[in-house]
Design a protein around this ligand. Structure first.
Ligand code: FAD
Ligand code: NAI
Length: 477
């Protein structure tokens, strides 16, 4: 007889593993099925984020930034190093070590919370009464389990360029981009979005000539226009990325040792370049093929996502889906919050995920972070707003750090003063944004932030000054 569970989670990424832990904490017998293996063929929980996404990319961003700073950044502090070398193999090994610590941590948490872990691909086999049969395949090994509730958290994979399959030798997805064994002389990046900019920065800092080809006419269209403009200036001038927007890709030929790319630039001129490696980062598509959706009548929408309502309910009773495989931003923290909320809903609780207050961070140098509405969104919606802005170049801590690029911008409702959006480009923006997230979650006004004592000297004083600026009472600007 098939092993029985209250809750089965398919996918062990930040959506799935967190949902499984929370379900187990709530007293449900819980299993989590995940297909990712490490080099030893053992389960490597944590999904894209821990294995080939958030965590390894930040490890390489830090290593490459340390190298870059040692070479260029510390001179103004009076520190120069005679000869600075780096070892890509060691950087990659360090990255893998960090990944292993994180994925091993999830295995530990599963044991601690009594979540049963299955290695393999999970798919719906049948619906039997009020229960679902799930088949788990790992090579020739096939298991069958049954559950009352199923949470789908199968995540996403790279959107491939038609006719140019990823081989992770010359044409790379995120996995390949995080494992290039030696710095390529010329690196092409298709897509100037989050992955393109983060991975492009890593390899540029280590010495590659990096060309980013972006189809959209505007750079970083989802970000606040003023932030995007500043980012474009800094990424091209300081980081040295060669970014082309408004391009149209032409023929791409994958040779034995290189990839030649033709494109039409924004002015209509034909361009060509030959790259040693090509990263494809044109967005990601949900993992819903091979899920056995048709066996039970699970609805997949035209974008390939599991169709869910605001509370992550799919079209079948007791079937839920969270994270990259459903609508909304493809972010680890959004996946996890949905996972927790679903486990709590199964337990009859009434959790809420506030989709209007999800922070975005891009871990470039400078970092970019925002929450809430951009200025262009507020204008398009006809919302009257006021704005406070503060430059890090007037912040003592940023100057002491030697990292004073960028600014904090706060947008607040003109009548009620409620904070509608906060946009940061600058050092440690990833950490600073949390103050704005908390404030917005509590529906704070700019006046609330203006009246809070911020430590001196700290980068957070820029947030304080931006809040004061909303009422035109900035003290240092
Ligand atoms: P995933 O993490 O994709 O996990 C899904 C898991 O399910 C995978 O292990 C997959 O192998 C498994 N699976 C799929 N199908 C099956 C099946 N049928 N049976 C069993 N298992 C299956 N987000 C951030 O918030 N911050 C960042 O800094 C960040 N950096 C990123 C950097 C890169 C290079 C990439 C690619 C992504 C990054 N992301 C980041 C996005 C983040 O990784 C995703 O939003 C997040 O991983 C989604 O979580 P998930 O649980 O929905 O899916
Ligand atoms: P993305 O959506 O951020 O960027 C893709 C870019 O490719 C877009 O700017 C798009 O206009 C462009 N594009 C699409 N088709 C193209 C074509 N044919 N030619 C040239 N350009 C083309 O997607 P990306 O970078 O692949 O990342 C996927 C997702 O992963 C992100 O949206 C984000 O949700 C997540 N992520 C988050 C990170 C973070 O939080 N720091 C880091 C990395 C990824």
């Amino acid at each position: 007889m098939a092993q029985q569970f209250d809750v089965v989670v398919i996918g062990g990424g930040p959506g799935g593993y967190v949902a499984a832990i929370r379900a187990a904490q709530l007293g449900f017998s819980t299993a989590c099925i995940d297909a990712t293996k490490n080099a030893d063929g053992k389960a490597s929980l944590g999904g894209t984020c821990l294995n080939v996404g958030c965590i390894p990319s930040k490890a390489l961003l830090q290593s490459s930034e340390n190298y870059h700073n040692t070479l260029h950044g510390f001179a103004e502090h009076g520190i120069t190093a005679g000869s600075v070398k780096f070892d890509v193999a060691k950087m990659l090994a360090r990255k893998q070590d960090i990944v292993n610590k994180n994925t091993g941590g999830i295995t530990f948490l599963f044991r601690k919370n009594k979540v049963t872990s299955f290695l393999g691909y999970g798919s719906f086999k049948a619906r039997v009464g009020d229960r679902y049969q799930i088949e788990i395949k790992d090579g020739d090994k096939v298991d069958l389990i049954e559950a009352t509730h199923v949470i789908i958290a199968t995540g996403s994979k790279v959107r491939q360029l038609p006719g140019v399959p990823v081989d992770n030798q010359l044409v790379l997805d995120n996995e390949g981009a995080l494992a290039i064994p030696a710095v390529p002389k010329k690196l092409g990046v298709i897509g100037g979005g989050v992955i393109g900019l983060e991975m492009g920065s890593v390899w540029k800092r280590l010495g590659a000539e990096v060309t980013v080809l972006e189809a959209a006419p505007t750079f970083l269209g989802a970000a606040d226009e003023q932030v995007a403009k500043e980012a474009f200036k800094l990424f091209t001038k300081d980081t040295g990325l060669d970014i082309h927007t408004g391009i149209k890709l032409g023929d791409i030929k994958v040779g034995k040792k290189d990839v030649s790319v033709n494109w039409t630039d924004a002015s209509g001129a034909e361009q060509k370049n030959v790259f040693d490696k090509l990263i494809v980062a044109i967005g990601r598509v949900p993992n819903t093929d091979n899920l056995g959706a048709e066996a039970v009548g699970l609805k997949i929408n035209e974008r390939g996502q599991v169709e869910v309502d605001d509370e992550c309910r799919a079209n079948l009773p007791n079937v839920w889906a969270v994270g990259d495989v459903v609508r909304g931003p493809m972010l680890a923290h959004k996946s996890s919050e949905e996972g927790v909320a679903v486990a709590e809903r199964i337990a009859g609780q009434h959790p809420h995920v506030d989709f209007g207050v999800i922070p975005w961070v891009i871990y470039t140098n400078p970092e970019i972070a925002w929450v809430g509405k951009t200025e262009q969104q507020l204008k398009a919606e006809g919302v009257e707003y006021k704005k406070g802005q503060f430059l890090f170049s007037a912040n003592g801590r940023a100057l002491a750090l030697g990292d004073s690029k960028g600014f904090v911008k706060m947008l607040a409702d003109a009548k009620t003063d409620r904070i509608l959006g906060v946009h940061i480009i600058g050092a440690h923006a990833s950490e600073l944004i949390t103050e704005a997230v908390v404030a917005m979650e509590f529906q704070a006004s700019s006046e609330d932030i203006a009246r809070i004592v911020h430590a001196h000297p700290s980068l957070s004083e820029a947030m304080h000054e931006a809040a004061l600026g909303c009422d035109k009472r900035g003290l240092h600007s």
